[in-house]
Structure formats: C-alpha cells, structure tokens
Design a protein around this ligand. Structure first.
Ligand SMILES: Cc1cc2nc3c(=O)[nH]c(=O)nc-3n(C[C@H](O)[C@H](O)[C@H](O)COP(=O)(O)OP(=O)(O)OC[C@H]3O[C@@H](n4cnc5c(N)ncnc54)[C@H](O)[C@@H]3O)c2cc1C
Length: 268
C-alpha cells in the first residue's frame, strides 16, 4: 500500500470539502477499500474516514419511510427491531452478509457505493425503489446502478442515507458462495399493491430487474407462478463458481424462495 494522508471529519460539509481535493477517497467500513489499496488495485493521495459523522449513522421510521444512515453497519441493520418490524427481509439480508467481522465493519453506504455485482444490498435498494440521499441530491434507485462497480455518484459525492418505503411484502433469497458468502445468485422481491419488483444480484454485471418474474408474480403472487419461467441467460456471468445457464436457473429458484419467504409471516 502506498502512503496516503488521513482525515476524520465530524460533519458532512467538512467531509465534502476534504473530498474536493484530487485523488481523495471516502472510507466507510474499509472492507473493500483497504484490501483494494493494499493490492494496489486502487490508488489515492488521501482518505476521508466518514465514521466520525454522527448524522450518517442510525435507523428510524418516518411515517411509512424506513431511513437508514449510510454509515450504519450491517450488524446494526440485522439486529434492529425497527428494521425487523418494518422490512424484515432487509434485516435478514444484512444478517447473511459475509461473516461477523465483515458485518461489524461493513456499512450499507459502502456496499451500495461500491456496487459489487454480487453484493446483497443493491438488490434490496432497487427492488424496494429506495431513494439514495447524497451530499448533493436525491437519486432514485432506478437511476443509481449503472454497471459493474459503477454508480450515478459523481467524484466527491457521498451517500448520506437511504429512504425505503415500507412494502406490503418483501422477501430475499440467495445462493451464497461458501467461501465469501457473496451471492452466486440472489433475488429480492417486493410487493406494493399490484406492483411487484424482482431484482437479481450476483448474476450479471450489476443488479437488474427480471421482467418475466415480475409479470408472473403480478398475476399470481405465489412460488408456483414461476414454475414455467426460464430466464434468458445470454447476459449472465460465467466464472469458476457457476456458468451463466446455472446462474439463470438459480435466479428462478431463488425467486421462488424469496416469494415463499415474503408470504410467510415476517418475510425472508
Ligand atoms: C470476506 C468478505 C465477505 C463479504 N461478503 C459479502 C456478502 O456476502 N454480501 C455482500 O453484500 N457483501 C459482502 N462483502 C462486502 C462488505 O459487506 C462491505 O459492504 C463492502 O466491503 C463495502 O462496505 P464498506 O463499508 O466496508 O466500504 P469501504 O470498503 O470503506 O468502501 C467501499 C467503496 O465505497 C466508497 N464509499 C464508502 N462509503 C461511501 C459513501 N457513504 N458514499 C460514497 N462512497 C462511499 C469507498 O470510497 C470505496 O470506493 C464482503 C466483504 C468481505 C471482505
């Protein structure tokens, strides 16, 4: 790792000012950024640690909006009674990220900003149609995830919080890599009124909505509605863990499990 300077501001304004300098990156839990710097896959002159900014952490329910600060750790989301009551699928998703060490350091903001193709949170953010509140503006989930490790965030712009409208039902299921716990394929399903959103992670360059699954579930919100569905695997990923056809098959299996979880009391 090359030497870099380090700053730990206590306000969003001070963090944004510090991030205005060239080659300066925000640091959240460091679960991805630090190994990336160590392996010299990333390079920077300065790091701005966001962990001293109190207003970027915490969980609250504002009417039908669940608000989660970007610096909230996975373990806090997993253990939150507020999340468990409002969107149990989200608490259960957080509980299955990585291992204990990762869950106690990693943050929802770091995960979504990083936009790893196999990360869990992006599927929930997109399926729940969340708003991503940044230091500059509010970005809808539909406009946020652009490609592999690519988002709508501009240089120096940081995620401050997420606003999730509480759905009628939601469920998540993933087939996890036994080594990292990242998803080989995961599906988050959210239902609000007649609208169902189904988002796949782990299978493509970044999260995407599966129209065939959504159409079938809008007609009949039950696992058996997906019995005859098969997803076109053309754009799916192949790697040493699973080829694209297997991932496409897994996506339908995970979607059925997610619907089953959503229908059971307490969600996923
Ligand atoms: C062994 C291991 C297993 C894992 N397993 C899983 C898994 O099963 N599922 C899963 O989803 N994830 C998994 N992860 C990822 C992990 O959960 C973290 O979410 C992820 O590493 C990034 O979060 P972080 O808070 O550590 O961010 P950091 O590593 O600090 O930052 C990541 C990137 O986001 C930027 N950034 C951070 N915060 C912000 C912000 N608020 N605004 C703008 N940019 C920001 C940083 O500059 C950096 O580019 C795993 C990680 C490890 C090391």
């Amino acid at each position: 790792m090359k030497a870099f300077s380090f700053e730990k501001p206590s306000s969003i304004e001070a963090a944004v000012a510090a991030l205005g300098a060239e080659e300066t990156l925000p640091l959240a839990g460091g679960m991805t950024l630090i190994p990336t710097l160590k392996q010299r896959l990333a390079d920077c002159a300065a790091v701005v640690d966001l962990s001293g900014i109190a207003e970027m952490s915490g969980i609250s329910l504002e009417g039908d909006m669940l608000v989660i600060g970007a610096m909230t750790r996975h373990a806090e989301v997993a253990g939150s009674d507020v999340v468990m009551k409002a969107i149990p699928a989200l608490a259960k998703l957080a509980a299955r990220i990585g291992d204990q060490q990762v869950r106690h350091r990693g943050t929802i903001g770091g995960s979504v900003a990083n936009n790893d193709p196999a990360a869990d949170y992006p599927s929930a953010v997109l399926a729940l149609g969340a708003d991503i509140v940044t230091s500059k503006r509010t970005i809808s989930a539909d406009a946020f995830f652009l490609g592999m490790f690519e988002t709508a965030l501009e240089p120096g712009e940081i995620i401050v919080s997420f606003r999730f409208r509480v759905p009628e039902k939601a469920g998540y299921a993933k087939f996890a890599s036994p080594a990292s716990r990242y998803a080989l394929a995961g599906v988050f399903i959210a239902k609000r009124g007649d609208v169902v959103r189904a988002v796949v992670t782990g299978a493509g360059p970044c999260v995407f909505r599966a129209a065939d699954i959504e159409d079938a579930l809008m007609k009949d919100f039950a696992p058996h509605a997906l019995d005859r569905i098969s997803i076109d695997s053309t754009d799916f990923m192949s790697d040493i863990h699973a080829d694209k056809q297997y991932r496409a098959h897994l996506a339908v299996v995970m979607a059925k499990r997610a619907v089953k979880a959503a229908l059971e009391e307490g969600g996923s």
